[in-house]
Design a binder for this molecule. Structure first.
Ligand SMILES: [Zn+2]
Length: 469
């Protein structure tokens, strides 16, 4: 709806008829509306257009950037009416009417039939008359997790279906080629601690090793998610999204404190962190108090224990939320099916890519990363202190590199990425050593291939039976 609002100022317009609009819409959205169960695109489209025409009049107009907009003489009403018509059509297309709720057990049964090792569950409201929540984790997703980066993003987003509002909860991770994968999803009636607990209990049951202390969770700080992770994954590290914290700081204490916060969360040593926090306390004691109440282990670079792979925010899950934006218009049943199909197509895409990486040792992403680091290493000056210790000088500063017993650099990049940084590479070049041995296994083509070896099975959701309950 927001996108449609944005085009209000466009001046170039082209009037077209309803039938023509639908024809073009179907052509440009292959798959989006055509596959909807029970209603052919022609029937669905006509229903939409007939409804809007007869109830509100007006016509479709093509805007300068190619989108179509339904225009009425009353500018304020046009969005509402077009939106309303769309909601009605979606519900007729199996998106959310009462019958679709009654088909949920049948969809779950079909998902289980095509994927017996997958994890599918659903629950109605206590009165048994409406949808409450459902959880889906296909077996191919669950089994690929050990070959992904040990970091899980959690987030919930609301559906855009105003007739049947619901929330989609997602658990996502990244593979060695920097692709975001949805591990599991749930569709729930509201975002609260109870539903997060329910989601995480199912996630734990569906994905082996996801409750290991080696896994790091990242999320924002709202609506019960922190307590839920603490209770269900007591050993896990759960870091906070720095963008969300930054927004909170800005909202409560203004833009000057926001600038200080940006320096604070990037601190690479405890000494520096204390120094910046003290400066914040002096400028704004309340802000200082607020930030000292949050443990630095939850967000400050030096103190976070597990690798974050360059992601200090929950963008690994928010990107997935944006990718599924069209799906968020449907009611719970349709949303569940479309999410499964979306994951299926993504998995097939990665599987195809994995077949082309037979010879390469690293994934394309890791290879590009290493090439940049190696190039930078060539511009650095290495001052050797001992066989395993050196000061590496670059244009961005001086960094201490220690090779043995544990390989590390004060730049903290290796700790964060599980890939050798330019400083380590520069030092090891001097020592006639190769840095390849430090590359984490998740960056190899072999791990990528195993992660995407198993694909999904398509599920046929036409002619769903309606349960009696
Ligand atoms: Zn470094």
């Amino acid at each position: 709806m927001d996108d449609e609002n944005n085009s209000m100022d466009d001046s170039q317009e082209e009037e077209i008829g309803a039938e023509e609009l639908w024809r073009r819409h179907v052509q440009s959205n292959s798959g989006a509306l055509q596959n909807l169960a029970g209603v052919s695109p022609e029937a669905g489209g006509k229903l939409y257009i007939i409804h809007v025409h007869f109830e509100f009049g007006g016509n479709w107009t093509r805007r300068r950037h190619g989108r179509y907009q339904f225009l009425l003489p009353n500018m304020h009403r046009k969005y509402k009416s077009a939106w309303h018509g769309r909601e009605i059509v979606l519900s007729h297309m199996g998106g959310g009417d009462a019958k679709s709720f009654q088909s949920i057990p049948a969809v779950c049964a079909r998902l289980k039939a095509v994927d017996p090792n997958g994890h599918v569950d659903w629950e109605p409201q206590p009165d048994n008359r409406a949808f409450r929540r459902m959880f889906v984790c296909p077996s191919a997703s669950g089994r690929s997790f050990p070959y992904m980066r040990p970091q899980v993003g959690l987030d919930a987003c609301h559906s855009k279906n105003q007739r049947y509002p619901s929330f989609i909860m997602l658990a996502t991770c990244l593979d060695g080629n920097n692709n975001i994968s949805i591990i599991a999803y749930a569709i729930v009636d509201r975002e609260n601690e109870e539903n997060w607990v329910w989601f995480l209990i199912h996630l734990r049951g569906a994905v082996a090793g996801i409750d290991s202390p080696k896994i790091q969770y990242v999320s924002d700080r709202c609506k019960g998610i922190i307590n839920a992770v603490r209770n269900i994954f007591p050993g896990a590290s759960h870091v906070h999204c720095t963008i969300h914290l930054q927004r909170n700081v800005k909202q409560r204490f203004g833009t000057e404190m926001e600038k200080f916060f940006k320096v604070l969360y990037r601190c690479k040593t405890e000494e520096r962190y204390k120094h910046v926090l003290e400066a914040i306390r002096e400028k704004n004691p309340e802000c200082g108090q607020y930030l000292s109440n949050i443990s630095p282990a939850l967000y400050v670079m030096y103190a976070v224990h597990r690798p974050r792979f360059g992601h200090t925010t929950s963008n690994i899950v928010e990107i997935a939320n944006s990718a599924i934006l069209p799906i968020r218009s449907y009611g719970p049943l349709r949303m569940c099916i479309e999410l499964y199909l979306y994951m299926m197509e993504q998995k097939a895409k990665q599987h195809r890519l994995s077949l082309t990486l037979n010879e390469e040792r690293l994934t394309p992403y890791a290879a590009r990363y290493m090439a940049t680091q190696e190039e930078d290493a060539g511009r650095m000056r290495v001052r050797i202190a001992y066989l395993n210790e050196a000061l590496v000088q670059s244009s961005t500063g001086d960094f201490v590199v220690t090779l043995l017993p544990e390989c590390k650099s004060t730049c903290l990049v290796f700790k964060d990425m599980c890939l050798p940084c330019s400083h380590i590479i520069a030092f090891e070049r001097e020592m006639r050593l190769s840095s390849e041995r430090h590359v984490g296994v998740m960056w190899t083509s072999a791990a990528f291939r195993i992660a995407h070896l198993e694909t999904f099975h398509p599920v046929d959701t036409s002619n769903l039976p309606i349960s009696a309950s």
